[in-house]
Design a protein around this ligand. Sequence first.
Ligand SMILES: [Ca+2]
Length: 225
Amino acid sequence: MRNFKFAGGSGMGFRDLLFNLALLFAVLFIVAFLLISQEKKEDVERPAQYLITTTWDDYSSVDIDTHLWHDATKTHLNYVVQNQNHTFLERDDRGTASDRYVGPDGTLHTTYLNQEVITIREKVPGRYVINAHFYTPDNVQVIMNKVKWPFLVKVQILQLNPYRKIATEVLRFTEAKQELTAAIFDIEIIDGYPQVTNIDTDIQFPFVYRNLGKKTIDYTRNWEN
Ligand SMILES: [Ca+2]
C-alpha cells in the first residue's frame, strides 16, 4: 500500500499552500459579497418612503379599490387620478377581469394576482387615512354569486427608510359597496425629523363617497370627535 504521508518541510509547505488558497477564496468571497450587497442596496435605494399594499383572493373577480386621504394637502388618491402630489397608485386592479394578457402566440392568459400598491414618495407631515372600498356592486350577479362573506382584504403599510411596519390589517367586508378604514396615522416633525405617530387601526373614517363625485372636496371633519 502506498503511503501518502508528507514528510517534514514539504508537508508544511503543502499545508501553507492550502491555507493560503483557502484564505484567498475567503477574501474573494467577501469582496464579491460586498459588491453584490452594494449593488442590491443601490438597486432598491429609495423607491419610496412608504409602501401600501392591498391584496385579496387572487382568483376573485371582485374589484377592491384602495383610497388614501392626506388632510394637510387635501390629497385624495384613488383609481380616478392615480398620481396626486406625493402619492401614487401603481394600478387599479379590478380582479381577474383586468388581469388578462395576450401571449406571443395570441392566446389569452390571466395573471392571478389581485393587488393594488400605493407609494408615498416623501414624508410630508399631516394625517393619512387608508381605506379600502368594495367597488363591485350587488347587481353584477356573475361576480357576486361567487363571493363568500366575509370577504377578506389585507392592507399592509410599510415604512422603507428606515424599515418599519406601520400596520397590517385584515378587513372583513360583509356587503358590496362597503368602505372600511385600514389605518390612520400622522407624520410629524419631531426633533427636526419626520416620524410616524398616532397609528390607529380601530376607528373608521369613511371619505370615499364624500369626496368622489364632488367638484370640490369639502373636508370639515373634526378629528377630535
Ligand atoms: Ca380596484
